[in-house]
Design a protein around this ligand. Structure first.
Ligand SMILES: *Cc1c(COP(=O)(O)O)cnc(C)c1O
Length: 807
């Protein structure tokens, strides 16, 4: 591992002894405790603070280098960052993992236990937020001058408990015990006016460490606070409670992360959150620009700003407002600067997930920005009318405003018009954007559309999550895969080597045993690590089709009860459903009901187990992804933009059963069709179903097994005799089946039978597993970021110089 490090990465030359002493010092000087009173959390904090001390030189030097060099900077605007715990990742990226283990040992502590003490910052819903986190880490590792901006939600994504009733939500107070990884910067705070209120955004900085380099970038998250000085001036003396109330209202802005797929309610606060963090971030960029003596009209030379979905798309109007009203540029210059600065990543093909905001709400909260949007639209449509004379339908589709009784602002249209590039996140997704979702824009501006296939960071998702695999790779192909994942190709020389395959299986088995132990300790269920681990962990959504996998489990249950001999399987589900998404919650309820019956049935012992792991998160992902034999990536073709869970599993040696959707297609291309279990209709065919009118009944009629499965569920077998509980789900599947579960279930069964056959030949499975890891080097987020930097941002690496400091 040491070989891929530059020798002077850790300027302190930290030894384990020095680290242990630093922890002891922090127990006294930071935690103010004697050893006899110290809790495990105290020890975690001491280690975190000792590690933080050791990254500060790099962090300060990075800021210094960027200031001195006046470098072009990539700016990532994202409403979500699903970071996961920092400690282990920072240890690995600093090259201090072994020292920390030794230091803890010297103090009679267990490093793994301390790592588990860190509450994870769950500031995202799922894939989109996790992508933002992987991208931050890759930008630092590639030594790119970059800054990430977002919101410091006091409560992240809700905690999920699973009872016999299904999902229960509670709040995630991740900050309750403090956060040793952030530094507050009250000197960098900005006012944002929303309606008649002004809120102040205060910066909280978190260091983002590159792997094996000095570069330590900043993630700057905004917390809302009230401008007290203003308040006291305007309130009557003595009306203290009113002043406090106003303070509380202001702070509400960054209180809580919105779960995905929630209905309309509470939208006012969400639009407020968007303008809040976008405006703070843009004002901060102007502060940096000013600090370097550059005028506002040079903004686009200094900053390349990426919008992660439409959540920050208000940046188009807000940047225009700042350039026009605050910096006094004329319209054409301001528009030139704006469109040269911004670029936009689209993340969804689901039409209902494209953001729009009612004009009335917009007018109330952001009147000036709405005025600017109207002006952008007027100029844009004037141009479009010349290009498309006599085509009012086309102009109506292009317009930034959706007309009708409830007029709305279309944020995706605003983003495309105001950005120099729009990209999708996998080849198929970008293709479908060009052909369907944004077809009119792609016709107008073909050169603005491009693809950047997503990736994941091999540091967190391999080196940190799967140390046993990392060690094996180091032994066999050397350690360079951590910074250039295409090195995994070198495994090709070893696929015929029996001793290597034996070690490979040992590594996989160890990961599965680690998960078995966790599930036993937390849920009291004992699993067989030698069975096939069949896993679907991701947000619960009908388009992801957890119900398809659940129906297949019921089918296996029936076949086993009929005396069929199937290889032992453990089916593991995990993922959160939006609290207001009834159908997704019912799917969880179904899985829990199935698990209860299957796991109690003596006839299933040693053959089938079903587990729903509660509160799926980054930490749990680190435990689960390496333990997967079969990765379920079974979304309706044309619905999953990319997926990144599919990449994490394949990189760790799982085989995929999947549809031709999102990045599955590219994974299959890379690992070879023989090493991928393909099934299902194509996006094209699904599109045809929708055009011609689809009905599930003919599919059900010709499939006696699926009829039996539906009848069994409908009979109350998995709901303590309650025949009504799953009715909404079954009625949906048999009458509309919007996500074409019934059209694909037969083919899914065939593919699953093929899985069983392959699993029964362990050395064949091991070779297929190696082929998956070996082929997936393309899916590093380093490669994604390199594409953004070269093709979209035009940002180049700037290595960080060490400063000599007497600290
Ligand atoms: C990777 C990841 C996701 C995204 O999973 P998909 O299978 O791509 O939907 C969601 N949540 C967490 C915690 C993740 O780590």
């Amino acid at each position: 591992m040491a070989e891929s490090f530059r020798s002077s990465t850790s300027p302190c030359q930290t030894s384990s002894r020095a680290l242990a002493e630093a922890m002891q010092r922090h127990l006294f000087f930071s935690q103010a405790k004697s050893p006899s009173l110290a809790t495990r959390h105290d020890h975690y904090r001491c280690l975190a603070l000792a590690v933080r001390d050791r990254l500060l030189h790099n962090w300060v030097d990075t800021a210094e280098t960027y200031t001195q060099a006046q470098v072009r900077t990539a700016v990532y605007l994202s409403a979500e960052y699903l970071l996961g715990p920092h400690l282990d990742n920072n240890l690995v990226n600093l090259g201090l993992r072994q020292e920390a283990e030794q230091a803890c040992h010297e103090l009679g502590l267990d490093l793994e236990e301390l790592i588990r003490e860190e509450p994870e910052p769950g500031l995202g819903n799922g894939g989109l937020g996790r992508l933002a986190a992987c991208f931050q880490e890759s930008m630092a590792t590639l030594e790119l001058p970059a800054i990430g901006y977002g919101i410091r939600y006091e409560f992240g994504i809700f905690r999920q408990q699973i009872t016999t009733q299904g999902q229960q939500e509670s709040t995630d107070s991740w900050l309750a015990q403090g956060n040793p990884w952030e530094v507050i910067r009250p000197e960098w705070s900005y006012p944002v006016t929303i309606g008649n209120h002004t809120v102040i955004g205060v910066a909280y900085d978190t260091p983002i460490l590159g792997y094996g380099v000095r570069t330590t970038n900043t993630l700057r998250l905004w917390a809302a606070s009230a401008p007290e000085a203003l308040d006291f001036a305007s309130f009557n003396a003595g009306d203290y409670t009113k002043a406090v109330l106003h303070k509380m209202q202001s702070e509400t802005l960054s209180k809580v992360l919105y779960p995905n797929d929630e209905p309309e309610q509470g939208k006012r606060l969400r639009l407020s959150q968007q303008i809040f963090f976008v405006s703070c971030s843009l004002q901060d960029m102007f502060r940096i620009l000013r600090g370097q003596g550059l005028p506002a009209r040079e903004f686009h030379r200094k900053f390349a700003v990426q919008l992660n979905d439409t959540h920050p798309a208000i940046a188009v109007a807000e940047l225009m407002r700042l350039l026009l009203d605050e910096h006094r540029l004329d319209w054409d210059t301001a528009w030139g600067v704006t469109t040269a600065s911004l670029s936009y990543t689209n993340h969804t093909l689901l039409p209902e997930a494209l953001e729009t905001w009612g004009i009335d709400l917009f007018q109330q909260l952001l009147p000036r920005q709405l005025e600017i949007i109207y002006e952008i639209n007027a100029r844009f449509l004037r141009m479009a009318r010349i290009r498309y004379p006599g085509q009012p339908d086309k102009l109506a589709r292009l317009s930034l405003i959706e007309e009708g009784p409830h007029r709305k602002v279309r944020m995706a249209n605003l983003a495309v018009v105001g950005c120099h590039h729009t990209n999708g996140v996998a080849e198929l997704h970008s293709e479908l954007l060009r052909r369907h979702v944004l077809a009119d824009f792609a016709e107008l501006w073909p050169d603005r559309f491009t693809n950047v296939t997503n990736g994941v960071t091999p540091r967190r998702w391999m080196a940190v999550a799967n140390p046993a695999l990392a060690n094996l790779l180091d032994d066999v192909i050397g350690s360079h895969w951590r910074r250039d994942l295409t090195h995994l190709q070198a495994l090709g020389k070893h696929t015929g080597d029996d001793a290597f395959l034996q070690r490979w299986r040992g590594v996989r088995d160890a990961s599965k045993q680690r998960l078995v132990q966790h599930i036993h300790q937390t849920q009291g269920i004992l699993l067989d690590h030698s069975s096939l681990f069949d896993v679907q962990v991701k947000r619960i959504h009908e388009y992801k089709r957890q119900h398809l996998a659940a129906l297949h489990v019921v089918e296996r249950y029936l076949r086993l009860r009929n005396g069929e001999d199937l290889p032992p399987r453990t089916v593991i589900f995990g993922g959160k459903a939006a609290p207001g998404y009834a159908m997704a919650k019912l799917i969880i309820r179904l899985i829990v009901g199935i698990a209860e019956i299957v796991n109690m049935d003596p006839a299933m012992a040693g053959r089938l187990r079903v587990v729903f792991v509660p509160n799926f998160s980054v930490s749990l992902g680190q435990l689960i992804y390496p333990a997967v034999d079969l990765s379920e990536q079974i979304s309706t073709a044309g619905k999953e933009a990319s997926g990144t869970g599919n990449m994490k599993m394949a990189l760790n040696g799982a085989l995929t059963i999947g549809t031709l959707d999102g990045a599955n297609i590219e994974i299959r291309d890379q690992v070879g069709a023989d090493n991928f279990f393909l099934f299902g209709h194509t996006a094209e065919q699904i599109h045809e179903f929708d055009r011609m009118g689809y009905h599930p009944m003919p599919w059900i009629e010709k499939d006696p097994i699926v009829r039996e499965v539906i009848e069994l569920i409908g009979s109350g077998h998995f709901s303590e005799g309650d025949r009504d509980l799953f009715h909404p789900l079954l009625a949906n599947l048999t009458s509309h089946d919007p996500f074409k579960v019934m059209a694909d279930i037969g083919d899914y069964r065939q593919a699953q039978n093929h899985v069983d056959a392959c699993w029964q030949d362990p050395s064949r499975w091991a070779r297929m597993s190696v082929a998956n890891t070996m082929g997936c080097g393309f899916f590093s987020s380093d490669r994604s970021i390199q594409e953004y930097a070269e093709r979209i941002w035009k940002v180049a690496p700037v290595p960080v110089e060490a400063t000599t400091r007497s600290l």
